[in-house]
Design a protein around this ligand. Structure first.
Ligand code: FE2
Length: 282
């Protein structure tokens, strides 16, 4: 413990937008998403302290097929940490449920799920509209979330979904975000225990606030949506250093939640001996 801050009491790793193809195929014929996921799994396994859970926030595959999900399961098999997943617009609920069968709130349909980890509830919301790139939380999703959030007033709740409920300024992605963000905002204002809304979909890190909660987008381990704030077309991707997010609850009351971005290709390391115990005054 340093300065009253202990190690994370709960540590959730978030990875997103894996876009796995059948064995041997590349996304957009160029991006080796399988190699990217293998590298990501290696990083997760060697990170200390070990995360309690890995959340995969959608687009597990690039185009849904049994072969793509089989490859996904194979690539995730070396992961030494429990994981939970929610679908994105590139996924198929039924194929995903078959490939990753356990832990969902419903036996059919939407793939909502919840994990209670010590003082934190990790809530995964399925925002997929089949056949559409944009997302919606339909009446069933909102009712399920309401029942989950109403179950406690004290426990921190971290919400994960594929579609961001906010805009990023990247216009072609903003056209396909969560359409009924106002419904979610109204619910979160009634349930202040919701501390974080963590999305994917944009393949690059973003940070804002949403209805009193922190709101983030997790970067991808492979290709990133080009950071185009000038609405140029066509949309494109760029290859940037891969990264994922770590959501940490710090302190014994879990009153502090922080999102850390881990870039998994470092280009050097500088030692800072003695810095950790000096504090802020010299
Ligand atoms: Fe994606």
């Amino acid at each position: 413990m340093i300065g009253g801050i202990s190690a994370p009491s709960v540590l959730i790793a978030q990875i997103s937008d894996l876009h796995i193809k059948p064995v041997g195929l590349r996304a957009y014929r160029r991006v080796d998403t399988a190699a990217a996921l293998a590298r990501c799994v290696k990083e997760l396994n060697r990170f200390a302290p070990r995360p309690d859970l890995v959340v995969i926030s959608g687009d597990l595959v690039d185009a849904p097929s049994k072969a793509a999900y089989d490859n996904l399961v194979e690539l995730l098999s070396p992961l030494e940490i429990p994981f939970a997943a929610v679908p994105g617009n590139h996924d198929d609920r039924d194929l995903m449920r078959t490939a990753i069968p356990d832990g969902y709130a419903r036996a059919t349909g939407a793939l909502h799920s919840m994990r209670a980890i010590r003082e934190v509830d990790v809530v995964l919301l399925d925002s997929v509209v089949p056949g559409c790139d944009y997302g919606t939380l339909d009446a069933e999703a909102l009712a399920w979330l309401e029942s989950v959030l109403a179950a406690s007033s004290a426990r921190a709740a971290l919400l994960f979904m594929h579609h961001p409920p906010f805009v990023t300024g990247i216009s072609h992605m903003d056209l396909q975000n969560l359409r009924n963000a106002d419904d979610l905002a109204a619910m979160l204002r009634r349930h202040s225990r919701a501390r974080l809304v963590a999305a994917g979909h944009v393949h690059r890190a973003a940070l804002t606030s949403f209805a009193g909660a922190a709101a983030t987008i997790c970067p991808a381990p492979n290709h990133a949506v080009t950071l185009d704030l000038n609405a140029r077309w066509p949309p494109s991707f760029v290859i940037e250093p891969p990264a994922f997010h770590l959501h940490a609850s710090l302190g014994s009351t879990s009153s502090t939640n922080v999102t850390l971005s881990l870039v998994s290709q470092t280009i050097g390391r500088v030692t800072g001996e003695g810095q950790a115990t000096r504090g802020v005054c010299r």
